[in-house]
Design a protein around this ligand. Structure first.
Ligand code: FES
Length: 272
């Protein structure tokens, strides 16, 4: 609950009701803001005190689940991860994320993004089916191999990069920065053998070659992921393959089951 004497901030929120005949319009709310209050706190204040019909999506309130993406002053943000005072403004304009269909008020339909993500086969593909069906041990991966794709595993699928991408806005067949970054994440995984299948999916006029390298996706990502880099690395893979400079990599082998079962350093005895 905001403190008494808190600064009044005007939230100009875009409202939209899916009922026929309804058109998007802006509605203003005065929100008392105190130090540390997030955009999400402000929206919860409106819902609890001013208008219970205001609709927005939230879950974790800690920048993990990716539910609360929205446009604040024309820039994509996670509402729970953005403090009101960051804007140094008495008026904030809040809209749903662009490039995705609006369901109601600030809630957008993320299905197109999830479908694109799924189309990239975001899982380890191996052709040694026997080992995959009945695993006997682990696939080897050195720390430096993990480092080649680790940052791309931090994606929380919030859709901020998709909403910031000008190509996603103009080409509905473009998979978008989120899906392309995940395509690279699995292609670069030394345990994976499905790179060829994925590269053929993105090597099209609507795939990586349609990225204009605006870089807005990487700037918008709240987790520090760089999808623009992933797209350039995919282009490099495709180009070096076309020039015959890249050998077909084989996925990492399975390590032999450990023979030593006793821990090398014994656990200390518990004494009361
Ligand atoms: Fe989960 Fe904001 S509520 S990321």
């Amino acid at each position: 609950m905001p403190e008494s004497g808190a600064k009044q901030i005007t939230f100009k929120v875009q409202r939209y009701d899916p009922e026929p005949g309804s058109t998007p319009h802006s509605q203003e709310f005065n929100v008392p803001s105190s130090r540390g209050m997030t955009m999400l706190d402000g929206l919860i204040y409106i819902k609890e005190n001013l208008d219970s019909t205001l609709t927005f999506r939230t879950s974790c309130r800690m920048g993990i689940c990716g539910s609360c993406g929205m446009l604040v002053n024309s820039y994509p943000h996670l509402a729970c991860h953005t403090q009101i005072e960051e804007f140094h403004s008495d008026t904030l304009t809040i809209k749903p994320l662009p490039n995705l269909p609006i369901i109601k008020d600030l809630v957008v339909d993320l299905t197109p993004m999830f479908n694109n993500h799924k189309s990239m086969k975001p899982y380890i593909i191996r052709h040694d089916t026997e080992e995959m069906d009945s695993p006997t041990a682990e696939f080897v991966q050195r720390p430096e191999e993990l480092a080649t794709f680790l940052q791309f595993t931090y994606c929380i699928k919030c859709g901020l990069c998709v909403s910031a991408c000008p190509t996603s806005g103009s080409d509905k067949l473009f998979p978008g920065p989120q899906a392309l970054a995940q395509c690279y994440r699995y292609c670069a995984d030394s345990r994976d053998g499905g790179g060829q299948e994925r590269l053929s999916l993105v090597s099209t006029d609507h795939g990586v070659w349609h990225c204009h390298l605006a870089g807005a996706c990487s700037e918008a990502c709240p987790k520090g992921v760089d999808p623009a880099l992933a797209i350039q690395l995919l282009k490099r893979r495709l180009a070096s393959q076309a020039l015959g400079l890249r050998k077909k990599p084989s996925p990492s082998p399975v390590v032999s089951p450990p023979t030593e079962t006793k821990p090398k350093i014994p656990f200390p005895e518990f004494t009361a």
